[in-house]
Write a protein that binds this ligand. Structure first.
Ligand SMILES: *Cc1c(COP(=O)(O)O)cnc(C)c1O
Length: 638
């Protein structure tokens, strides 16, 4: 009966393809996680993680972080650079940094620093708050602290203070005038940080973040400014401090050709600056290493057409070739990959709390002899569909009758019950067309709408704005996958709506068989059985973008570590409670304490007037206060 296999599920959800070796579908149909590179026999059943979360009494939605994945990604990037450098006999080293803006959470930064310790892996900051963070947290001896972004004098003073703390700080100049501030502070304080120059590149990354480069990019120095900067630093006696050339052409670079072009352009600028007498030691290629969110390995905006190995290979060999031709030393290489390090390590798990069925599932009255002709026309169409093989024709006729029915209703010719019959019949006809279209090779554009109209909506206990801001803001595709039952054929076509009463609060961009689909296949909900869905690859940008939309605040969070000695086991190392209602209200300048007092005053009056029993009144007040202290999301534990 059920000839559905795990391979079919893999085909549909593409877990292996976006999972990068960390996620796969287990034989029992549950999602499995292989969080560690060193130990590939370690496999955690996601269902056991859910059970543990429930046992701890933690409410959903929950952010689940696999710290081992984060560590594995840091090690992987560094190892690939080391291996490539040694295979190429490249003369420089790799000294990467993690840009904290991608995920500023303390636990993430700490873990990256710790996992990067054997590699002298450093941190990058682009704002004052981030600088304060990296000064405290970049504890790896010898690792770089790279400072990008526009800097005021206070920012610069902080950077100089970092030097006194023994941090290896490189200030990257984004705007020529920043050089004046550096020179001024260097004179005043008698020390100077190392200096980098950001080049404005002509190569553009394609995709959503293409604005980071090109002639009108906000950041970086033009070629003439670069030349002037070298001269200025020489005049100020700071030329020995000029150490690094930086460029960054955008995030989520989908096409390897843009990377090759950028390396060529950057390497040429580096060589020319060396010829001008600048003793640059580092070339920093910025971020941009992409993630294959949709598992297509293509130049889709949500994908990339290269691997980490190819990315690193193009950097190392590309730089080597030009340096050798120009007879300049191979620089040490820096990259600022953020997305690639953090995206996989975290996901949001939510429970589907109910299904909103498409229209047309109601029963309809049987015909009566003097039925209005509009109703009987629609009925006839619906009862004789086999006579009309052309779906477009049926779609047009049914649409026509439905419109006529609505007009007749407005004129008082049809009553509400008759209109309802017409509409129900209409949706039933659409259902038949939908089943037909599933078998058709070619579907006319207009009829594609039907798929979405006839899809169920699965109502997830979460807020898209909070958990997956990019799917809402920039149509970023994130993989959505059921945590269990993938050994069963998923028969419900649905989109996913969240519990914010907002028409934007939905996910209707899914990985589809051929590109992007407005719906996804899920399993029918069963009474008394929880159905959990995961939203994956949320560790970069998503994690920290959630705003206070609809006053939902931060999510509950669990941090998972695996045991080395037990291949199936893991433990929840830390539980971070999400926002309480009181907390989010406070941020919005409400005063929950006085709100509770106001409510109490109203209820006390009702008691005094004899409209409420004192015992019941006290219960209501207690309940109101308990809700203020509680989690902002729906309680679904049954
Ligand atoms: C955002 C940013 C990064 C991180 O880019 P990813 O694509 O996440 O690796 C690196 N460097 C700079 C200057 C950035 O602005």
């Amino acid at each position: 009966m059920n000839n559905w296999t795990i391979e079919d599920a893999e085909e549909l959800y593409r877990v292996k393809r976006w999972g990068a070796g960390y996620f796969e579908i287990g034989e029992n149909g549950n999602l499995k996680i292989t969080p560690s590179q060193n130990n590939e026999s370690l496999r955690i059943d996601f269902k056991s993680v859910i059970d543990e979360i429930r046992a701890e009494g933690i409410q959903f939605p929950v952010v689940v972080r696999f710290h081992d994945i984060l560590r594995a990604q840091v090690a992987k990037l560094n190892q690939v650079f080391r291996d490539t450098i040694s295979a190429a006999e490249y003369q420089g080293n790799y000294m990467g940094v993690y840009p904290v803006k991608v995920n500023q959470m303390r636990e993430v930064v700490e873990e990256v620093v710790d996992a990067g310790e054997p590699f002298q892996f450093g941190l990058e900051a682009g704002s004052k708050a981030e600088l304060l963070t990296v000064m405290a947290y970049n504890t790896n001896p010898g690792a770089l602290t790279i400072l990008n972004g526009y800097k005021d004098e206070e920012f610069m003073r902080l950077a100089f203070m970092g030097l006194l703390m023994g941090r290896r700080i490189i200030i990257v100049v984004e705007k020529f005038s920043e050089l004046y501030t550096i020179a001024k502070l260097a004179k005043e304080l008698g020390i100077s940080p190392e200096i980098g120059l950001r080049a404005k590149m002509s190569v553009k990354g394609r995709g959503k973040w293409a604005g980071s480069a090109g002639d009108r990019a906000k950041f970086g120095l033009s070629t003439s400014e670069l030349v002037a900067a070298v001269k200025y630093l020489k005049d100020e006696g700071l030329d020995e401090r000029l150490k690094l050339l930086h460029f960054h052409i955008g995030s989520q670079l989908t096409d390897i050709r843009a990377i090759k072009d950028a390396i060529t352009e950057g390497a040429r600028i580096y060589a020319e600056l060396r010829h001008l007498g600048a003793n640059l030691e580092f070339v920093d290629v910025g971020g941009g290493l992409g993630i294959d969110y949709d598992g297509s390995a293509s130049t889709n905006e949500s994908s990339r057409n290269y691997s980490i190995k190819e990315y690193v290979g193009d950097i190392v060999y590309g730089m080597q070739e030009i340096c050798d031709a120009e007879e300049v030393p191979h620089p040490n290489l820096v990259s600022e990959s953020g997305r690639a390090l953090t995206a996989h390590h975290s996901c949001v798990v939510t429970e589907v709390v109910s299904e909103i069925k498409p229209q047309g599932s109601q029963a309809i009255h049987t015909s009566d002899p003097d039925e209005h002709f509009i109703v009987s026309n629609m009925r006839e169409l619906s009862e004789n569909l086999e006579k009309y093989p052309n779906s477009q024709e049926v779609y047009n006729d049914a649409g026509d009758w439905k419109e006529q029915a609505l007009n007749a209703f407005k004129l008082g010719v049809l009553n509400l019950e008759q209109l309802a019959t017409v509409e129900t019949l209409y949706w039933q006809i659409m259902q038949v067309i939908q089943t037909r279209l599933e078998k058709d090779e070619f579907v006319p554009e207009e009829l594609k709408e039907i798929e979405l109209q006839m899809a169920s909506q699965y109502l997830g206990n979460f807020s898209v704005f909070q958990s997956a801001a990019d799917t809402w803001a920039i149509d970023q595709i994130l993989p959505v996958v059921p945590i269990t039952r993938m050994n069963e054929k998923p028969t419900i076509t649905c989109s996913i709506a969240d519990i914010t009463c907002d028409s934007d609060g939905k996910i209707d961009n899914f990985i589809g068989e051929d590109g992007i689909s407005p719906t996804i296949k899920m399993h029918p909900l069963k009474p008394n059985e929880h159905y959990y869905v995961g939203l994956f690859l949320t560790g970069a940008y998503q994690d920290v973008m959630g705003d206070m939309h609809n006053l939902f605040g931060r999510l509950n969070e669990v941090h998972i570590f695996s045991y080395d000695d037990d291949p199936e086991d893991f433990y929840i190392e830390e539980i971070v409670r999400g926002s309480s209602v009181e907390h989010v209200l406070n941020i919005m300048q409400y005063h929950p304490k006085s709100m509770a007092q106001d409510v109490k005053r109203v209820i006390d009056k009702k008691i005094a007037d004899g409209e409420l029993k004192p015992r019941d009144g006290v219960k209501l007040i207690d309940f109101y206060e308990a809700c203020l202290e509680g989690y902002t999301y729906l309680k679904t534990t049954s």
